[in-house]
Design a binder for this molecule. Structure first.
Ligand code: FES
Ligand SMILES: [Fe+2]
Length: 425
């Protein structure tokens, strides 16, 4: 349970709030690269700030405050030009550094563009995402987590804009036992009624859970019934990447779950996946699809027959901001309690003028950050991969048939290898 005051600190992301100031020390995805290639000007919103993100012909990115300093029209309806973005209303032109370059409706004598500067923020491209930073200088390094840097994989990204605060989604990232109930018992209750196969690998009982703090967040580990302590789930686990991501996956599927805090009660939930089925030569993938994942049906009911739909049901029904004064935590909530402690500790760090957890200043160290996760997830082997292609959000991907073919090929290659090996015995 939290006091009302602490619940508000934990969930307010705007400028000048305690958490908001902590969150402004990190880089966030603000757009998909492919979307800006399709159309070079997009509105973005991040920790309560309205922004415009754009791409110039030479590939330079820019991110500015959305409202034009002239008479406040939206630059998200601006014109991308070689030097910057031109407001759609009266044509003021802004460079990516926020400097006003032209006021075409003014005469040469009356122009005052040199005195006009709008809010401008650093932007970088990484892994098919455009990342922005809203915080103070000096600007930290953009951490290049492994999954965003791999070149020999196929990518796939589903997303949903959820009407809730991001912190309850992060609490779910340190809540191992929900898997056996939400994705096991509840999922099977729903799926058997629909005539769908039961989710096998998710149903195993948790014997114990553990959490370890590390340089970029918290690793969570679990021991399931029947497993020995050298199982990947216990030995390796997977990380919550502070303050807004979690890396998961199993087998040839890796996924960064990104929970971008848009404002106090909106979160952009991105399921950024990579696939590298073993024994298959992957054809190169020029760009990857991003697609909206449906989570409500036509009657407004939650869609709960797939994994992330079940998570979304739990998060959304907790409320836009859960009333944590009314909760009752137990031993199984140890990870949730730890996450809150880490958040409050890092709020204090920022207040003391220190860098919070995971903020990087060393370009070399930020170049490629390894985030180990389980390979054999829940002891499921290839079954886990297949469940992710049928009973998780990837089923909505426009390239799902292609992905299934690639995994089927991998299975064939595996079988061929196995029979060759047994033939050699
Ligand atoms: S409002 Fe943008 S140029 Fe007038
Ligand atoms: Fe879950």
């Amino acid at each position: 349970m939290l006091t009302q005051e602490r619940n508000e600190i934990l969930t307010h992301v705007g400028r000048g709030t305690k958490l908001g100031e902590l969150l402004r020390r990190y880089w966030y995805p603000v757009a998909f690269t492919a979307d800006l290639e399709d159309f070079p000007v997009r509105k973005a919103r991040l920790v309560g700030e309205d922004l415009v993100v754009f791409r110039l012909d030479d590939g330079t990115y820019g991110m500015l405050d959305e409202q034009c300093p002239h008479r406040r029209a939206s630059l998200a309806y601006g014109v991308a030009e070689p030097e910057g973005i031109r407001c759609g209303y009266h044509g003021w032109l802004f460079a990516p550094d926020g400097q006003c370059l032209e006021q075409p409706a003014e005469s040469e004598e009356s122009t005052f563009s040199d005195r006009i500067q709008t809010g401008a923020y650093p932007v970088q491209e990484l892994g098919g995402l455009v990342w922005g930073y809203l915080g103070p200088s000096p600007v930290p390094e953009l951490p290049r987590f492994d999954i965003f840097t791999w070149t020999d994989v196929w990518r796939d990204a589903g997303w949903a804009m959820l009407p809730i605060n991001f912190m309850q989604i992060m609490e779910n990232a340190v809540d191992p036992t929900h898997v056996e109930w939400l994705h096991g018992r509840y999922a099977n209750f729903i799926r058997t009624r629909k005539g769908l196969a039961s989710a096998l690998t998710f149903s195993r009982r948790h014997v114990k859970i553990a959490f370890d703090e590390f340089d970029h967040g918290i690793t969570k580990r679990r021991l399931l019934e029947g497993q020995s302590e050298d199982a990947d789930d216990w030995k390796i686990g997977h990380p919550l990447v502070f303050p807004y991501m979690m890396k998961v996956g199993g087998g040839a599927h890796r996924q960064m779950q990104i929970r971008v805090p848009i404002d106090d009660t909106t979160t952009w939930f991105i399921l950024y996946s990579t696939h590298k089925p073993e024994g298959v030569t992957l054809p190169p993938q020029e760009s990857f699809p991003n697609y909206e994942v449906p989570w409500r049906d036509e009657r407004g009911q939650h869609i709960v027959d797939y994994v992330e739909g079940q998570d979304i049901m739990a998060w959304v029904t907790q409320g836009g901001t859960p009333d944590r004064t009314q909760e009752h935590l137990g031993k199984s909530d140890t990870g949730v309690i730890l996450l809150r402690k880490v958040v409050f500790e890092n709020i204090e760090k920022v207040q003391r003028g220190e860098d919070p957890l995971g903020v990087m200043r060393d370009a070399n160290a930020a170049r490629n950050i390894d985030l180990p996760i389980e390979r054999d997830k829940f002891g499921g082997g290839a079954a886990f991969e297949w469940e992710f292609l049928t009973a998780a959000s990837t089923r909505y991907s426009p390239q799902i048939d292609r992905l299934r073919q690639l995994y089927a090929k991998a299975e064939e290659a595996h079988k061929a290898l196995a029979s060759e090996v047994s033939g050699m015995r």
